[in-house]
Design a protein around this ligand. Structure first.
Ligand code: NAD
Length: 363
């Protein structure tokens, strides 16, 4: 087991543990669990039974029994209505400011349960237990919580760190191939934004991750989680630059996801958003052709299925990117790339250039 301790500058200390087949987490963090008067385990209705069984090995019931709350599947969980239902459930069961939420699931579950934890009684402790590959390398760490609004992604949310994040790669044994592939969308992002050693680790593991190789999954989670936590500790609220690099590919990616009615998995949308950013970077002259070919090969290695669920509606795309929260009032704002690890924000890009990138990304 590997333990990361990190302190975020603007809020409370938060810890993360990583390993495979861990058990009895409360014994490792007695202070956090002993002080909890009630515990609610939040999972998704579409999670396999093995997920709940593993979660109970990590968090066995002790002196107090757990309460259980199940969210609707995947992205349909990320609504204000569901956050309200979870808060009302907690209130009904007598949860106080000393109570604890454990969110065990993919990024949709950790985003929604973290959001509810941040607003219930103005904030109670929560533990993030990401159970998909994507959530273990990204979504379940860093304290960004959110719900979707009006067909757009993550429009209402908070920065609210979990008191503890637990990444147990044994959860990944039950993950379907499509979810592994979705996670690799975020994995290739790290190879583009991170230092050379991280890029090497990603390239070494990429094809093995797609086959569910346990060692490659654990090595990738360890490297990416450590890097993400480092960026979060430098720039928790995404204000000073380091954390923004994690959004690479996400402006177009979120638009593709929204334009598919959430049928395109998040990681596949991000992979297509990364291809969009690579094409736009080359068309603006920032990225040389040889570098484009190298970086684009990583996206091609994912062998993405056709993005049939995304409607080819460029006007809607322009509308969505102009209202993206990262646009900060510009017509559009994208993170472009000059070379691995060197990213640059560009605003108000020409719609003709964007259209070429849009079509190339969805090919
Ligand atoms: N907060 C952040 O920093 C951040 C970062 C990246 C992505 N996200 C968000 O994360 C979400 C995507 O997360 P995701 O890719 O985990 O998708 P998801 O949460 O929709 O889960 C995908 C599917 O995997 C199932 N599943 C979960 N764990 C499983 C397991 N161990 N075995 C078998 N099936 C399992 C779920 O039940 C679900 O059907 C998006 O909403 C995205 O916006 C948030």
């Amino acid at each position: 087991m590997k333990t990361f301790n990190f302190t975020v500058r603007t809020s409370k200390e938060t810890r993360a543990v990583l390993g495979r087949g861990m058990a009895n987490i409360p014994a490792l963090f007695p202070g956090l669990f002993r002080s909890a008067d009630k515990i609610c385990l939040v999972t998704g209705t579409d999670a396999p039974n093995s997920l709940r069984a593993r979660a109970l090995e990590l968090f066995p019931e002790s002196r107090q029994r757990h309460f259980y709350f199940r969210l609707p599947p995947s992205e349909t969980a990320k609504t204000l209505e569901q956050a309200g239902k979870l808060c009302a459930f907690l209130f009904d069961k007598g949860f106080s400011r000393n109570s604890l939420i454990i969110a065990a699931g993919g990024g949709a579950v950790t985003d929604l349960a973290g959001f509810a934890a941040s607003i219930y009684m103005r904030g109670i402790n929560w533990v993030s237990v990401p159970t998909t590959f994507l959530a273990q390398i990204d979504a379940g760490l860093g304290g960004k919580t959110a719900v979707n609004l009006a067909g757009a992604k993550n429009i209402a949310g908070t920065f609210y760190q979990p008191a503890l994040a637990v990444c147990d790669t044994a959860f990944l044994d039950s993950l379907p191939h499509a979810e592994l592939r979705s996670g690799t969308g975020e994995l290739v992002k790290y190879a583009m934004i991170g230092p050379v050693e991280l890029a090497r680790t990603v390239k070494k593991n990429l094809s093995k991750v797609l086959t569910g190789d346990k060692a490659a999954l654990t090595s990738s989670v360890s490297a990416c989680a450590a890097y993400k936590l480092k960026l979060v500790s430098k720039d928790e609220r995404d204000e000073t630059g380091p954390r923004e690099t994690l959004n690479f590919g996400h402006t177009a990616g979120h638009a593709f996801e929204a334009m598919s009615g959430s049928r395109l998995p998040h990681g596949e949308a991000v992979a297509r958003g990364i291809r969009f950013a690579l094409i736009a970077s080359m068309k603006t002259g920032l990225l040389k052709r040889e570098a484009f070919t190298d970086l684009n090969a990583l996206v091609s290695a994912l062998r993405l299925p056709p993005a049939r669920a995304v409607r080819r509606d460029f006007r809607r795309f322009l509308g969505l990117v102009s209202r993206d929260k990262k646009a900060r009032g510009a017509n559009n704002r994208f993170l472009l790339i000059q070379s691995r690890g060197r990213l640059k924000a560009a605003e108000n890009l020409d719609p003709a250039l964007l259209k070429e990138a849009f079509e190339g990304a969805l090919k």
